[in-house]
Design a protein around this ligand. Structure first.
Ligand SMILES: Nc1nc2c(ncn2[C@@H]2O[C@H](COP(=O)(O)OP(=O)(O)O)[C@@H](O)[C@H]2O)c(=O)[nH]1
Ligand SMILES: [Mg+2]
Length: 194
């Protein structure tokens, strides 16, 4: 994908604040600190379009970015971070479910997982939500650079097994080496028809 423009559009916590649904849209979800912002920045060749942080759990709103004025990429707030205050945590589920249920232009959600960690309850629940709202899931396993080649293969297999899927269903990615960048774009382009 050739990136001609990438810009922040708006931040929303409810549908009335979403941008007018005139472009196909793909959202990104995952545990806080998994590397969601880094993945989006890598896709659009920008260092800091989406803020990355070593203090996770800060982004509690849905952030919309317009790419080439052809697609919205959407950074969803991360889940499963212990230090997020309880009132914020309680709002997370309804906010995400409302988004998944109501966003007519949503083509897919990229679910990002860490290669060093087996998917847990949160990931399995999230996949159930996607099924429930009939939203296509694109599964990405990131931070592959953190493991040796042997451990990478082992974890790839174990994560696929835990999700009840095949290894071919998981895109391996690294924001550091940019492994998988084109594969993620290919998956996005296919569902968004761009
Ligand atoms: N080595 C490595 N570090 C990464 C990768 N992706 C993200 N990180 C680091 O992980 C931390 C959290 O990343 P961020 O993108 O802010 O995660 P988010 O909370 O999911 O948006 C940051 O310190 C990133 O530099 C990756 O592919 N490889
Ligand atoms: Mg982030």
């Amino acid at each position: 994908m050739i990136i001609k423009s990438a810009e922040f559009v708006t931040s929303a916590s409810k549908p009335s604040q979403y941008p007018i649904p005139i472009l196909p849209e793909v959202a990104f979800a995952g545990r806080s600190n998994v590397g969601k912002s880094s993945l989006i920045n890598t896709l659009v060749n920008r260092k800091r379009l989406v803020k990355t942080s070593s203090t996770p759990g800060r982004t509690q709103r849905i952030n919309f970015f317009a790419i080439n004025q052809a697609i919205y990429l959407v950074d969803l707030p991360g889940y499963g971070y212990a230090r997020v205050p309880v009132p914020v945590k309680k709002k997370w589920g309804p906010m995400i479910q409302t988004y998944l249920a109501s966003r007519t232009t949503l083509k897919a959600v990229v679910l990002i997982m860490d290669i060093r960690r087996l998917p847990g309850r949160e990931e399995l629940d999230f996949i159930r939500w996607l099924d429930h709202f009939a939203v296509t899931g694109i599964k990405v396993v990131t931070k592959t650079d953190k493991l040796s080649k042997t451990s990478r293969i082992k974890q790839h297999t174990a994560i696929a097994k835990a999700l009840g899927t095949s290894t071919g269903d998981l895109i391996l990615f690294s924001a550091k080496t940019r492994q998988g960048k084109e594969a993620v774009w290919d998956a996005i382009s296919a569902v968004a028809e761009i």
